[in-house]
Design a protein around this ligand. Structure first.
Ligand code: 6PG
Length: 237
């Protein structure tokens, strides 16, 4: 078990048909618990493709009091919000446009500003946002290379970044290189960390991370944790 400094890793194994409903129930429960405990819920939403099905189920959960929810974005590709590669566009299409939330409680990462400017803006906003941990729930994805959000293996800033948001450059294999996203410090400033790691192409990196191999410990995804719970949602081996 790789020590992440947070709550120990729990593994929730789900078959494909149950993935969206099971994950949405886990998140919905945590959102309700946050609102009843603190009168509000701060959630960081992940980009990529995997969360889309979860968001559609969550959007239909009428027992979540969306009026008390603040939504943040884990990372963004530096494109306009209506661009096909925009994480905000996916999140808005599958969730935010389907629920009733205060406009000023949706904290979009303005990728269209470019990585550096968007990071500075989001960092200042998060810095001004009191309370630690910053978030009640962070939803994170994982890439087959072990990246999460826009934290890529080998990027020294993954360790050096001390703020809440940073610019990064995705490897050549990715469509959009200019990225902005939360730092590891910000992603781990949460009570509940939910890591989505399903699909065959991610099994090798997941097995390496779970094996405790020293090199895997350095992968950004391996370093995700929550202060109360760290839950990896995976598919059967
Ligand atoms: C992004 C994401 C990224 C994503 C992983 C997994 O901007 O692409 O934040 O970190 O979570 O690449 O992506 P999939 O869910 O599409 O496999």
């Amino acid at each position: 078990m790789i020590a992440t400094g947070g709550a120990p890793r729990e593994v929730l194994t789900v078959v494909a048909d149950e993935f969206a409903a099971t994950t949405a129930a886990l998140i919905g429960d945590a959102m309700r618990a946050a609102v009843s405990a603190r009168g509000k819920c701060r959630i960081v939403l992940a980009g990529g493709r995997t969360p889309a099905a979860v968001y559609r189920v969550l959007a239909a959960d009428a027992t979540v009091s969306w009026g008390q929810v603040s939504a943040f974005i884990g990372d963004e590709r530096c494109v306009p919000p209506d661009h096909a590669e925009s994480n905000y566009r996916m999140i808005n299409d599958t969730l935010l446009s389907a629920v009733t939330m205060e406009e000023d409680r949706i904290f979009r990462l303005r990728g269209e500003l470019g990585g550096a400017a968007a990071a500075a803006e989001y960092d200042a906003m998060l810095d001004a946002l009191g309370g630690e941990p910053k978030f009640d729930i962070v939803l994170s994805g994982v890439g087959a290379d072990g990246h999460t959000a826009s934290l890529f293996p080998g990027d020294p800033m993954v360790d050096q970044a001390t703020g809440w948001a940073m610019r990064s450059v995705a490897p050549a294999a990715f469509a959009i290189s200019d990225r902005v996203g939360l730092t590891l410090r910000a992603l781990n400033s949460t009570r509940l960390q939910v890591v989505l790691c399903t699909s065959d192409d991610k099994k090798p990196v997941r097995q390496r991370i779970f094996s405790g191999a020293a090199d895997a410990a350095l992968l950004p995804a391996a370093r995700l944790s929550g202060t109360e719970r760290t839950v990896w949602v995976v598919d059967p081996d």
